[in-house]
Design a protein around this ligand. Structure first.
Ligand SMILES: Cc1cc2nc3c(=O)[nH]c(=O)nc-3n(C[C@H](O)[C@H](O)[C@H](O)COP(=O)(O)OP(=O)(O)OC[C@H]3O[C@@H](n4cnc5c(N)ncnc54)[C@H](O)[C@@H]3O)c2cc1C
Ligand SMILES: *[C@@H]1O[C@H](CO)[C@@H](O)[C@H](O)[C@H]1NC(C)=O
Ligand SMILES: *[C@@H]1O[C@H](CO)[C@@H](O)[C@H](O)[C@H]1NC(C)=O
Ligand SMILES: *[C@@H]1O[C@H](CO)[C@@H](O)[C@H](O)[C@H]1NC(C)=O
Length: 539
């Protein structure tokens, strides 16, 4: 065992002890970053730029940070702006807005200790950072940072199935396609994303709706333990028995509590194939589709193997697309009989496929990688009339934006079913503030794609207006809900407040305990923080 690993373990044991005695001191008051770096095997006296940091202005902090990371880790792990690997990295983000952000450098850790060193170097130089898993956040600056260090997990890409086939361990460099493909031969899967190129990191930390969630719950509720790099660069294992408060916080708390270097999640047994795909309909079928959507959502307890996303969009005319799945390879599951009875689809891609294939199918043009992107979300009680009203409001407001170049507007209705809500109480519960008694909920996602930045404001204003009007309709019926799904929220939405004031307060206490100086709140400013929306006012 190396000295630094030994020191780290000693420190973890020590930290655990003091946590029990005085919860405020996970990180000692006199925490010394220089010494923590020495424990990681990094002697800053030997790095000229870091050792004379005090003589430098704050503005050069990121130049110093990036040069130091380059010296410590070498060229393979550090991309400077001039390198082709840097451009390739930045052009891999899903949204155009994140591709436009220019970090000072891109750091590619190979092991958790590298992540620890990067956090400490960021603290020492006061250079802000962001972390990117699959890069599918719709929030500009959610996983990339102007002038700072963007941490790419691409070299942290292990996947392993335990010998008893009960647990899958994976690092955040993966997409769901990688994970599902690797597990196929063992007839297991995990609860994760429905689209191939989405990353495992962001989706799991914000909740994570899967095809199988009405049987197993959200992705976060299937995480057994996390390997976490804390603000003081300590690497800990977080589970229901070890740091249980952090374990609760990580299940929905996003990027506010540390950098997860490994997720250990429950493996679920799977048939090699399943049924599913997309069907497209014209407006004559809208009432029948909403009826089927509502009934399937209400009946999730009867057979949680079915899954649906009902979307309304515009392709010169009003269209609906329903994504339907069934966990077993049968096309005619009784629970889907109402949907299957709706004839007149103008396109039908449903078929029996492997899970990985299905996620690839849905990653086609619909994903719109490289376009400008906006997500907005809210939730209300599942209600047939509210589903219709939401769809109608969307189409009523649409003329304000249909002329925007390359616009692809859609409103998607999903269901946070009774089984999903019930599973949020497993393993000590999670931070989302969802209450099984309040279900089922209709989750709404307004997803917009376009190409001209001049249209940014009016497109977001359109989404905000659809949201305001739809929520007002729900309030009028006494069917509103404060819950906002982090993974679908816009930067103008205060997600954590939507978890409820008690959960928000508890999250802040936990953050203070493990991250007393607010590293993940201030040095990592992007994405949904514990107080307030990322952006204050629209336009
Ligand atoms: C095409 C598409 C399909 C989608 N399908 C689904 C779906 O089926 N189900 C669903 O629930 N959601 C879905 N989403 C929403 C998705 O969950 C969010 O966009 C999510 O943020 C994507 O995660 P990512 O790792 O790709 O994103 P990133 O942009 O890489 O990360 C998002 C945030 O998480 C943080 N983060 C990532 N990894 C870590 C880590 N290891 N430690 C600490 N912080 C980390 C990042 O810093 C960032 O703030 C979809 C989105 C898109 C664009
Ligand atoms: C941190 O430790 C180093 C090395 O032991 C020492 O030189 C430095 O003064 C300490 N810094 C602070 C702020 O205590
Ligand atoms: C750190 O580097 C300096 C300068 O090279 C050296 O004098 C010092 O002994 C080193 N410290 C440790 C703990 O290795
Ligand atoms: C589905 O179709 C198969 C073959 O046609 C049939 O044997 C089975 O009973 C049907 N199942 C249901 C639930 O309708």
């Amino acid at each position: 065992m190396s000295t630094s690993t030994f020191l780290k373990m000693k420190f973890v044991a020590f930290a655990t002890l003091i946590v029990c005695a005085t919860p405020q001191t996970f990180e000692p008051v006199d925490f010394n970053i220089t010494e923590a770096l020495l424990d990681n095997g990094v002697n800053i006296s030997a790095i000229p730029e870091l050792s004379d940091l005090t003589t430098r202005s704050l503005l050069s902090g990121c130049v110093t940070a990036c040069n130091s990371l380059q010296l410590i880790f070498g060229d393979d792990q550090l991309d400077a702006q001039s390198e082709s690997t840097y451009s390739a990295f930045v052009n891999d983000y899903w949204s155009a807005q994140q591709r436009e952000i220019i970090p000072q450098c891109v750091f590619k850790p190979e092991k958790p200790l590298d992540v620890s060193t990067a956090v400490l170097v960021s603290r020492l130089t006061k250079c802000p950072f962001a972390a990117k898993s699959g890069g599918h956040s719709a929030v500009p600056g959610g996983s990339n940072i102007a002038g700072g260090i963007t941490i790419s997990f691409e070299k942290l890409n292990k996947i392993a199935l335990s010998s008893d086939k009960k647990t899958v361990s994976f690092q955040p460099g993966h997409t769901w396609f990688d994970i599902y493909s690797a597990l196929e031969k063992d007839n297991v899967a995990v609860i994760g994303g429905r689209v191939a190129s989405v990353g495992v990191g962001g989706l799991t930390l914000g909740g994570g709706i899967s095809y199988f969630s009405s049987v197993y719950g959200l992705a976060c509720d299937n995480v057994e333990s996390y390997e976490l790099v804390t603000a003081s660069g300590v690497i800990i294992t977080v589970s229901q028995n070890s740091f249980p408060d952090l374990y609760w916080a990580l299940r929905g708390g996003g990027n506010n509590f540390g950098i997860v270097t490994q997720f250990n999640v429950a493996a679920i047994p799977r048939a090699p194939t399943m049924w599913g795909g997309m069907r497209t309909y014209l407006s004559t079928e809208f009432p029948a589709l909403i009826e089927a959507y509502y009934n399937l959502g209400m009946n999730a307890k009867k057979d949680g193997k079915a899954h649906q996303i009902l979307s309304f969009g515009w392709g010169g005319i009003e269209v609906a697309q329903v994504e339907l799945e069934y966990a077993d390879p049968i096309a005619n599951a009784s629970i889907l009989a109402e949907y299957n009875g709706i004839t007149g689809a103008i396109a039908d891609q449903t078929a029996v496929r492997s899970l990985a294939e299905l996620t690839s199918l849905l990653d086609g043009p619909a994903s719109g990688a490289g376009l400008r992107q906006a997500f907005w979300t809210w939730s209300v009680k599942l209600d047939k009339e509210l589903a219709t009203i939401t769809k109608d409001i969307f189409f009523e407001e649409l003329p304000a934006v249909v002329d925007a170049a390359d616009i692809l507007p859609a409103v998607s209705l999903q269901v946070l079913t009774d089984p999903i809500l019930e599973k949020t109480t497993t393993r000590g519960g999670n931070a989302l503030g969802l209450n099984p008694q309040d279900g089922p909920l209709m989750n709404v996602l307004v997803a917009l794609k376009w190409s001209n930045s001049a249209d940014d404001d009016r497109i977001n204003e359109f989404a905000a207006k659809v949201k305001e009007r739809s929520i007002a309709a729900a309030v009028a019926k006494g069917k509103s809900s404060p819950y906002l799904y982090m993974n679908y929220a816009s930067p103008w939405q205060d997600v954590v407040a939507g978890y409820g004031s008690a959960n928000q307060a508890r999250l802040k206490v936990i953050s203070k305990k493990y991250d007393p100086t607010g590293v993940f709140e201030t040095l990592q400013p992007g994405y949904f923080k514990l107080s307030g929306a990322p952006k204050a006012t629209l336009a």
